[in-house]
Design a protein around this ligand. Sequence first.
Ligand SMILES: C[S@@+](CC[C@H](N)C(=O)[O-])C[C@H]1O[C@@H](n2cnc3c(N)ncnc32)[C@H](O)[C@@H]1O
Length: 271
Amino acid sequence: MDEFREANLANWDERVAGHIVGYEVQRYIDDPQHLSDVVTFDLERLGDLSGKKVIHLQCHIGTDTLSLARLGAEVTGIDFSPQAVAAARSMFEAAGTPGRFIESELYDSPGALDEKFDMVYTGVGALTWLSDIDGWAGVVDHFLRPGGRLFMTEGHPMAGALDQDREDRLLVVDLPYFEGRMSTWHDEDRSYLGDATLTNTTIHDWNHGLGEILTALLDRGFVIKSFVEHDSLFWQMHSWMELGEDGRYRFPEEVRDQVPLMYTLVADKEN
Ligand SMILES: C[S@@+](CC[C@H](N)C(=O)[O-])C[C@H]1O[C@@H](n2cnc3c(N)ncnc32)[C@H](O)[C@@H]1O
């Protein structure tokens, strides 16, 4: 693993304890009907998952994975964080839900699991940790059977290019939109959930333009079935975003229609 991923892994491992509280894992154990906000948001586009084999890439502590299982899917989650995988396994066990979790770096995962699935599910803060979107599409391709489906709701690269530290309520492009060769480096001692102070503070991320993402899939023969942009986000990217009753963050009304914040992409692998 390169130094960028090693730093990211140390940071993600350290976030897990706080996220078990922040993601309200106990609620999933206490209430067998409970679904994550992300999967609830995806419901109208996900289709029927009954009996479908679904692999969740970068599954984190498994709250979305468990929600997919509750919709009838036979689930496998993959993540490179041993702490996240352990937390996911323990939540599934406590909830009495069957599910399999594999600890693997994303680009190494085809070597860790040679199996085909009906659906690859990923997103909501997953792609930004990956340096090579074309390589990512190769991993998606590896795991899908012919006719299988990629489903993801993800942070929009246009939002990812904005300066997130401005307090003057101006939308200013300050970071790369395109993938480029270099990561963007951050030093942060907080996660987006919980109030734990992190010691592994250096993280590296990458933006990926929409054209780069779509081309990586189209080059492998994928058919884009649906592409929808959203004006809301699951995390507070800018301090002046407003929290809605639906639990999602939006820019104030006067600038809300200026920049998309997330997108949902559905793409099918050719038969
Ligand atoms: C923001 S979380 C995804 C969140 C997920 N949508 C959720 O809310 O549960 C990003 C996840 O990607 C994982 N990750 C980051 N870089 C990775 C890599 N190179 N290979 C595998 N997993 C990685 C982290 O461990 C973390 O669990």
